[in-house]
Design a protein around this ligand. Structure first.
Ligand code: ADP
Ligand code: MG
Length: 595
């Protein structure tokens, strides 16, 4: 019997679940669903972002609804229009085999009369933002006097956004006798207060530590001078050619400015903030979802609705004013069982905030250095080489081959490769040629753990990456297991699409290189080499002397192939097939998309 069946879900839901490809329930689903199905009870469920809370309340609600009645029986309140739409769409997928169920989304920025019409046609489930809901109740466009189930989804966010009064008002129109289910990622005092106010003896479901950030997110910080934030951001992006990220700024103005600069510098970036029209915001989100935008620069408020699963990096361009907000930011990555990285660009004077955040998220940050120009160039070069290797040959090229062969006549393979790579890489190398070190020494005794190589540390290159199913955690586990090393022996693991880097102390180097001579995984050679930038030169600190290289803008966009480093990297990421070695290494490779 499949694990979803054991939860007590009915035939139609099970069929839909199979169609969606969910293999087993997530923890919050496993804990909440049977309770909600079996009882009419209130519930407070706390689980991190991306753990499948929508289904945890959606499945039971759908199963409990009387499909033969057209009365509105379920109300789901959610903080943003984006989330409303997302929840409504998920519920529609869940109820695919229950054609009589009608789910209607109600939110601001769209025609209220259209929404009222949809409700009138008979919506058993209404998913709404508090603002629009209140509005429609006051105009008698929706009747919630007979609801039996009420969900407060992302309750912490709703309160953050100041919806307390609205929720209060809305619920005064709902019957006393109903079940209220509150779902939240964190449990600040305000949430506890509404739980008390609106619920009777709620059952509690907690997944992970209260208020803890997602544990498959790695937290890193980079100390730079205040004026070097943008340069640091660029370098972080350049070291991660496959980045798909949300970048947080404190103000709308900075958000707009950073996005504009990135675009000017040839990145696939976009801005999301409250000064944009709803239409503009929709366009930006659409481009982001389809990965045409790789770097979405956003304010905290605007980013609340972002629920995109594959975000690889969250970058805190500036720390939020309220450090609690950090949890929400970092929760935008590491969703749906994947791992993610949350990076913070800080100045020396802000360093103490890192400690405060660590206490809130109950996780340690890693102090990292903004990569050097050499390191970035190395990564870009490997990336380019593997991109060329993995490019599918365009059929039309055949036609021109004879003429092209003539052009290359007399040039041997090695020479040709060098030239080809140089075409793309030249501009890049030029840009970084004179770029100096922008790291600022943290100095202050408390936070001086610097993992960035230096004396006695060695950095390695390994020819496996995310397309082989690795992320930093999986690769670290894999290496530790293979090399029989301890928890902290492998560090600075950076996984790119088709290759990765990691560090160890120098005393392991010989053994590691010996181990990987002739090492095969599923018939494929796994190659480990000492990276060219292994011995990171510890240049003069605060060395902004050479910063001119960064400043002198060599636009990547100036040759017409502006997106050469960014374009379509995501488009055809068919890499999953090459899942080499999944079985050999003790199952520590997590299966994709499954909880
Ligand atoms: P949360 O509300 O906790 O942030 P969501 O409900 O939005 O998380 O779910 C995150 C993602 O995980 C969605 O894409 C959803 O379709 C997917 N998902 C939910 N449950 C499962 C499951 N049991 N197996 C695989 N994927 C799931
Ligand atoms: Mg959710």
């Amino acid at each position: 019997m499949n694990k979803f069946e054991q939860l007590g879900l009915n035939e139609q839901l099970l069929k839909a679940i199979t169609d969606m490809g969910f293999e087993s329930p997530s923890e919050v689903q496993e804990k909440a669903i049977p309770v909600l199905l079996a009882n009419d009870t209130d519930m407070v469920a706390l689980a991190q972002t991306g753990t499948g809370k929508t289904a945890a309340f959606g499945f039971p609600m759908i199963q409990k609804i009387d499909v033969n009645s057209r009365t509105t029986q379920g109300l789901i309140l959610s903080p943003t229009r984006e989330l409303c739409l997302q929840i409504a769409n998920e519920l529609k997928l869940y109820s695919k085999y229950l054609p009589n169920i009608n789910v209607v989304a109600i939110y601001g920025g769209a025609s209220i009369t259209d929404q009222a019409k949809q409700v009138k046609r008979g919506a058993q489930i209404v998913v709404a933002t508090p603002g629009r809901m209140k509005d429609m109740i006051s105009r008698n466009m929706v009747d919630i006097s007979k609801i039996e189930y009420c969900v407060l989804d992302e309750a912490d966010e709703m309160l953050n956004m100041g919806f307390y009064e609205d929720i209060n008002e809305i619920l005064s129109h709902a019957p006393k006798e109903k079940s209220t289910w509150l779902f939240s990622a964190t449990m600040p005092r305000e949430v506890a207060t509404i739980a008390k106010k609106f619920m009777k003896n709620p059952q509690e479901v907690t997944v992970g530590a209260k208020n803890a950030a997602t544990s498959n997110v790695q937290h890193e910080y980079y100390v730079v001078g205040g004026r070097d934030r943008y340069l640091a951001l660029k370098r972080l992006a350049d070291t991660n050619p496959d980045i798909f990220s949300v970048i947080f700024c404190r103000t709308k103005r900075d958000t707009q400015k950073v996005a504009e600069k990135l675009i000017e510098d040839g990145y696939n970036a976009g801005a999301l903030h409250g000064d944009l029209s709803q239409n503009q915001r929709d366009m930006v989100m659409k481009s982001f979802r389809s990965k045409q935008i790789q770097m979405l620069v956003a304010t905290d408020v605007a980013a609340r609705g972002i629920d995109v699963d594959d975000v690889t990096h969250v970058i805190n361009y500036q720390l939020p004013d309220e450090i609690e907000t950090y949890t929400h930011r970092s929760g935008r990555t590491g969703r749906a069982g994947k791992s993610g990285i949350s990076m913070v660009i800080v100045t020396k004077s802000e360093l103490r905030k890192i400690g405060a955040i660590e206490r809130i998220i109950q996780q340690k940050f890693e102090a990292k250095k903004v990569p050097s120009a050499e390191e970035i160039c190395e990564i870009q070069l490997y990336h380019l080489a593997s991109k060329i290797k993995n490019t599918e040959v365009n059929k039309e090229v055949e036609h021109y081959l004879p003429a092209i062969n003539d052009v290359f006549d007399g040039i041997d393979r090695e020479e040709l490769i060098k030239k080809m790579v140089s075409v793309e890489f030249g501009r890049f190398a030029e840009y970084y040629k004179k770029a100096g070190d922008i790291n600022v020494s943290a100095n202050s005794s408390s936070r001086d753990q610097d993992f960035s190589g230096g004396e006695g540390k060695v950095r390695y290159f390994i020819n496996v990456g995310s397309r082989d199913g690795y992320d930093w955690m999986v690769l670290k586990d894999f290496l530790r297991e293979q090399l029989q090393l301890g928890q902290d022996d492998i560090f600075k693991v950076d996984v790119k699409e088709s290759f990765s880097f990691f560090n160890t102390d120098a005393n392991h180097t010989e053994a590691i290189l010996a181990f990987f001579t002739d090492f095969k995984l599923d018939g494929r050679f796994v190659n480990v080499e000492v990276s060219k930038n292994s011995r990171e030169n510890s240049r003069g600190r605060g060395g902004r002397s050479g910063g001119g290289g960064d400043r002198k803008r060599s636009r990547r966009s100036d040759s017409g192939s502006s997106k050469s480093f960014g374009e379509k990297r995501f488009g055809k990421k068919g890499g999953k097939g090459n899942n080499s070695g999944g079985n050999n290494n003790g199952g520590n490779r997590r299966s994709k998309k499954r909880f």
